[in-house]
Design a protein around this ligand. Structure first.
Ligand SMILES: [Mg+2]
Length: 191
């Protein structure tokens, strides 16, 4: 079983654009490409888990989402990086509280992580959830993940700390990658 880096997309890997629907607006957060390439090189599965209510709201189609992900993949490839799998939840929420599980697949529900673990034979206890919001952290918690890491990019820049759902805080994906590698057991340092 492989450890995984479960990554939120918006505000974690690519710049935050509210209800992103245009591939031309896809921009990697500085350092994210190199960080993901490093995880790829360590044989850590890189899995994006993303709430895409923009689909449920009728502002983007599934095909449009593929175009956005193709553009993200193209930009990552320029850094020698790739994403192993992307899981998205198209549900438009009725509940605003980011701590309430409205549907198992919509973060903070653990559904996407659990499905990926099953599909890809991943070791959840040696895996990390990285994101810029509390719902990302709780999705990791609810999946029984090894650690949750809040990045201070995207909404993470204005997160209220500390929070019991957050195990560690990283400036960005570059710093988060070092934590992921430790949890995965690839270096001697204990977390
Ligand atoms: Mg986000």
């Amino acid at each position: 079983m492989r450890p995984a880096a479960f990554l939120d997309r918006d505000g974690t890997v690519i710049e935050l654009v509210h209800h992103l629907a245009d591939p031309a607006l896809v921009r990697l957060i500085p350092g994210a490409g190199a960080a993901i390439a490093e995880l790829n090189a360590q044989d850590i599965a890189v899995v994006i888990v993303t709430n895409q209510s923009v689909i449920g709201r009728g502002k983007l189609t599934e095909a449009g989402l593929v175009d956005i992900h193709d553009e993200m993949a193209r930009q990552l490839a320029a850094h020698g990086a790739h994403i192993d799998a992307i899981y998205h939840c198209p549900l438009a929420p009725k509940i605003k509280d980011p701590r309430v599980v409205e549907h198992p697949d919509r973060k903070p529900g653990p559904g996407m992580l659990l499905r990926a673990a099953d599909d890809m034979d991943l070791a959840l206890d040696r895996s990390v959830m990285v994101g810029d919001t509390i719902s990302d952290m709780l999705a990791g918690r609810n999946a029984g993940i090894g650690a949750t890491v809040l990045v201070k990019t995207g909404y993470g820049a204005r997160a209220t700390l500390p929070d019991p759902a957050i195990d560690q805080v990283a400036e960005d994906m570059a710093e988060a990658a070092q934590i992921i590698e430790r949890i995965a057991g690839l270096t001697k340092d204990s977390v």
